[in-house]
Design a protein around this ligand. Structure first.
Ligand code: PRX
Length: 653
């Protein structure tokens, strides 16, 4: 990083700063010290602002030390609450019933739906009754394979109301990946739609769901008993009366009141699968109490949300960003949240400007990929874009380069909006490191300082904690309320994945640097996870898809820097003997991986090779492959420079 970038500081001033929840560095430091020194008092005070049937007996009780197994993360012990009551009922009682809770923008510009808190409450209660009619009980897992439509939020909140555990599967995932998630979560009820729109293309969701249900029963002997189908795209679907039921028929004539379950703070709220180092994704498990408090308070502080603001998180609800900051965080705070079906990655800039202008969006929370996509269209459109309502900009999911950061600030924010670059993960539930917009000056490309109660550490390869300015592996020293509790049905995997490598710490899988001001700079994943357009993907998932192709005998996949997507996917493929490496085969492999993994898993480069570089014990030397994929455009030179890799000149990129 150039020294100049390290020193550039942007600080917000003016009236917004005066009104901010946290409006000076001194206030941040005071609150941060308190959160570390007196966590019980600090978190009790914040949790008081939520509704509880019964308050906690103890604020926290956690063990990060793997030598003293089990690893235990417990917050608000003994407390009872219900998240849907916190998101809905409580706002009706405080007079917010007519305020917009969700403003949904369809893929087509003429499609818009607005749900007030009262209307959302009604829909949620009715669907919660529908789930009960379909046989769902407290503690059951309900999988949801829907695009970003209001019904996805309704389904999540309905599960939360009756104590069912939702398992949202991103609608861009393939039938195979959906099936894996249904089997791993032992789920018997699936909610989907006839189809969904992302960009111009309708996705045949019900068809994928049918295929997934068939894979479950034929290959895994697992029966999905009910499939609730939302009519959305008007695509023709096959219906089997013993399994399928239309959403609108299920809820017809059901009451719009549903008594909420009194849940323990430690009861599971949801599972969200995240890619890791193996081809089996982990069911990241969050619980009701800690997740509710953490997403609510981080939403309020990190985005400095005030009544009347209009918050737009462009992430698909199928990812954790959508869970925490399009649905739960905003709704707990009685906020108005904008949902966009189309996926901002695919939107034309005009549409984004139009949504900001017509709705008077005050907060735009998006990803570096979306910003790069917008930047690519030139500056003319954005300079004409009326973003006068914008007050705060946010970014998440991948490192943002200082130049992209500056473009975001100058062109979309018209140099008036603070930027919150928020670092967090599916596992963390909510934001862990970010500049609070009116308290912490921003440096382009840095995620700045930790949120309250968060104690980051930079470790060297031996696990030694480094002090002062340092670069190494990012770990967290103590628990925070939004932390995941377990890997669903596999607590040992939770312990081994996150607490074994550096005993006493939660290991994030990311590399980071800390500068002389204590600011953090995320350098990217150091495990086998790649982030494509902000979507987390395990190299092993792509490799296992490639190996399932009849022509492939060995495959290794690595990420490499990509101008638009942040990271691109480069596959090194060894073909079975006698099979020729043709352009046609290359195309086939690309389609095959998209079919097996999902439409976003596009192989950007394929290198056909006669062998893969390995250690003596047979482990693939990814370091070498990464170097080849990112540094050399000429593979012949690369092969020459890295002797023995067996890499051949590619057919094409
Ligand atoms: O590598 C980090 C990157 O995204 C990973 C987490 O991915 P996921 O669980 O899909 O959640 C993404 C949205 C919360 C992290 O381990 N990441 C996330 N935010 C940032 C980031 N990298 C750099 N800067 C960020 N602001």
């Amino acid at each position: 990083m150039a020294e100049l970038e390290m020193q550039a500081l942007f600080e917000a001033t003016g009236a917004a700063r005066e009104n901010a929840w946290i409006n000076s560095l001194e206030q941040y430091r005071r609150m941060y010290s308190r959160s570390i020194e007196e966590p019980e008092i600090f978190w009790s005070e914040l949790a008081e602002s939520f509704f509880w049937y019964k308050k906690w007996e103890k604020v926290w009780d956690c063990n990060f030390d793997i030598a003293k197994k089990p690893i235990r993360i417990d917050w608000f012990l003994g407390a009872k609450t219900n998240l849907s009551v916190n998101c809905l009922d409580r706002h009706l009682e405080s007079g917010r019933g007519d305020q917009s809770a969700l403003i949904w923008q369809g893929n087509r510009p003429d499609e818009q739906r607005v749900l007030s808190f009262r209307e959302l409450h009604r829909e949620v209660c009715r669907f919660a009754n529908g789930l009960k009619t379909a046989g769902v009980k407290r503690g059951d897992v309900v999988s949801v394979y829907l695009p970003t439509v209001p019904e996805l939020a309704v389904a999540m909140l309905a599960c939360a109301r009756i104590g069912a555990i939702h398992n949202v599967v991103f609608s861009g995932y393939s039938a195979e990946l959906l099936a894996d998630r249904l089997v791993d979560s032992a789920c018997r009820v699936l909610i989907t739609a006839d189809g969904a729109y992302r960009g111009k293309k309708p996705l045949p969701l019900k068809q994928n769901a049918d295929k997934a249900i068939e894979i479950c029963s034929k290959i895994h002997n697992h029966r999905v008993e009910r499939c609730i189908v939302l009519r959305r795209a008007g695509l023709p679907v096959s219906t089997r009366p013993e399994i399928d039921i239309w959403w609108h028929e299920l809820v017809r004539e059901l009451p719009d009141r549903c008594e909420p379950e009194r849940l323990d703070a430690a009861d599971p709220l949801f599972i969200l699968y995240a890619s890791g180092s193996s081809d089996k994704p982990k069911g990241i498990q969050h619980v009701v109490g800690g997740y509710m408090v953490y997403t609510g308070v981080t939403f309020k502080h990190v985005f400095d949300y005030h009544d009347g603001d209009i918050f737009w998180c462009t992430a698909d609800i199928g990812w954790v960003t959508g869970h925490s900051y399009a649905v739960y965080g905003p709704l707990t705070q009685g906020a108005t949240s904008v949902l966009f079906e189309g996926g901002a990655n695919f939107a034309d800039p005009g549409r984004i400007c139009e949504i900001i202008k017509t709705l008077g969006v005050t907060h735009l929370y998006t990803s570096p990929t979306v910003i790069r996509t917008l930047m690519k269209q030139g500056d003319e459109w954005v300079d004409k874009c009326d973003g006068g309502s914008l007050r705060i900009l946010g970014t998440v999911g991948e490192p943002i380069s200082p130049s992209t950061w500056r473009w975001f600030r100058e062109h979309l924010g018209k140099a008036n909006c603070p930027i919150v670059d928020t670092w967090w993960q599916t596992e963390t539930g909510g934001v862990l490191i970010a500049p609070l917009p009116y308290a912490i000056a921003q440096k382009p490309g840095s995620v700045a300082l930790p949120y309250f109660g968060v104690e980051p550490a930079i470790l060297n390869d031996q696990g030694l904690e480094l002090s002062g300015p340092a670069e190494g592996k990012l770990a967290i020293k103590r628990s925070w309320p939004g932390q995941m509790r377990s890997v669903y049905r596999d607590h040992q995997r939770f312990e081994e994945s996150y607490f074994r490598v550096f005993p006493g710490y939660y290991f994030t899988g990311d590399g980071a640097r800390r500068d002389a001001d204590g600011y953090y700079w995320i350098t990217g994943r150091i495990d086998d996870v790649i982030t494509v357009s902000g979507h987390r993907l395990g190299t092993a998932e792509v490799e296992s898809a490639l190996l399932a192709h009849a022509a492939v005998t060995e495959a290794a996949v690595v990420g490499y820097p990509h101008d638009l997507k942040g990271q691109g996917i480069c596959a090194f493929v060894v073909l079975k003997s006698g099979i020729e490496a043709t352009n046609e085969l290359q195309k086939q492999l690309i389609l095959h991986v998209m079919d097996k993994v999902g439409s976003f898993a596009v192989l950007d480069k394929i290198r056909f090779t006669t062998g893969l570089p390995k250690t003596r014990s047979g482990k693939i030397l990814r370091r070498i492959l990464r170097k080849i994929s990112s540094e050399y455009s000429d593979l012949a030179a690369a092969s020459e420079s890295v002797k023995g890799t067996g890499v051949e000149k590619p057919q094409s990129d």
